[in-house]
Design a protein around this ligand. Structure first.
Ligand code: PBG
Length: 326
């Protein structure tokens, strides 16, 4: 076996062309999904303080934003809704004229080719800010399931292409699959947030979506960060219930989880580069402490190298521009 001095690993790093030739992982714009916050009302475009560069749009102001996303060749958006009214059971989530239902229709009119994925979870719609119905001071799993199914069906009726349950109730993929199949939507895929951790990296999102829990936290339904074998069980369960794409979330502190899921299952795998991960990079870049462009491409490449096929990221628009020129 050759060894130094015959073996010199630097030979293939000498020029950019050589490095490109032997590159093992490449992130592409076609891997990216851009999350969008849609707020009920008219003529609203508000920047989110903790997520510089990201705004909330009312449905009537979405067209220009989604046209830009489509123009950049980003294949999909993920929608989050911020309703005008919240109640105990999140009624606005499954109202036919709800904010997301309106948004889907607008997007499908402006950019029919853009894939519309909708987040299915009650936390932005409930007065208490939890992801399901409260009974005896805790989130009641089984009472929540039909509401999630109703929400998913209502998104699909409005024109959503993929539904993405992020609530972490047991059995929700099955419930949603059945509800869609019963109503003629057998062709609509489910992207399940299968391994979603109770993470502090969601902080800026909760400001953006106004979805912080009013009491307690989400640790009785989202996963405990130290666990990885449990993530495999979550994924196994969701696949058994009919999930078409599975997700690990957050991404960066969980690259090992992405890798374990990739090695264990053959389903398409998504990873969510969440709001706190975005905010950290933005904050440091604004201070001039790091090169944002290089950090973002390096990060997205690392998520892909860990095994993700799809990356949901607030950096998608910037990354798409940068990838055109690298
Ligand atoms: C809704 C939901 C959350 C995120 C995606 N869907 C927040 C949460 O679970 O508290 C987080 C996304 C992000 O931080 O970018 N349940």
């Amino acid at each position: 076996m050759a060894n130094f001095p015959q073996l010199r690993l630097r030979r293939l790093r000498r020029t950019d062309s050589l490095r490109r030739l032997v590159r093992e992982t490449q992130v592409a714009t076609s891997d990216l999904v851009y999350p969008l916050f849609v707020v009920e009302g008219k003529d609203i475009e508000q920047e989110i303080t903790s997520m510089p560069g990201i705004s909330r749009f009312s449905p009537d102001r979405l067209s220009a934003e989604v046209a830009e996303v489509a123009e950049l060749d980003i294949p999909a958006v993920l929608l989050f809704g911020i309703p005008a009214d919240k109640d105990e059971v999140g009624s606005a989530a499954y109202h036919p004229q709800g904010v997301i239902q309106q948004a889907i229709k607008t997007i499908k009119k402006t950019t029919p080719e853009l894939i519309v994925i909708t987040d299915v979870c009650l936390c932005e719609y409930t007065s208490h800010g939890h992801c399901g119905v409260i009974a005896d001071g805790d989130v009641d799993n089984d009472q929540t399931l039909p509401l999630l199914a109703r929400m998913a069906r209502s998104h699909v009726e409005a024109g959503a292409d993929i539904v993405a349950p992020s609530d972490m109730m047991d059995g929700r993929v099955k419930e949603i699959r059945e509800a869609l199949d019963e109503t003629g939507f057998q062709h609509i895929p489910i992207l399940s947030y299968a391994a979603k951790y109770a993470s502090a990296f969601y902080g800026p999102f909760r400001e953006a979506a106004g979805s912080a829990p009013q009491f307690g936290d989400r640790r009785s339904y989202q996963m405990d960060p130290p666990n990885v074998r449990e993530a495999l069980r979550e994924v196994e369960q969701d696949i058994a219930e009919g999930a078409d794409i599975i997700m690990v979330k957050p991404a960066l502190a969980y690259l090992d989880v992405i890798r374990r899921v990739y090695d264990t299952f053959n389903h398409p795998l998504a990873a969510y580069n969440v709001s706190g991960e975005y905010a950290m990079v933005k904050a440091a870049a604004q201070q001039g402490w790091l090169d944002e462009r290089r950090v973002v491409i390096e990060t997205l490449t690392a998520i892909k190298r860990a095994g993700a096929d799809i990356i949901l990221t607030y950096h998608a628009k910037d990354a798409a521009r940068w990838l055109q020129t690298t």
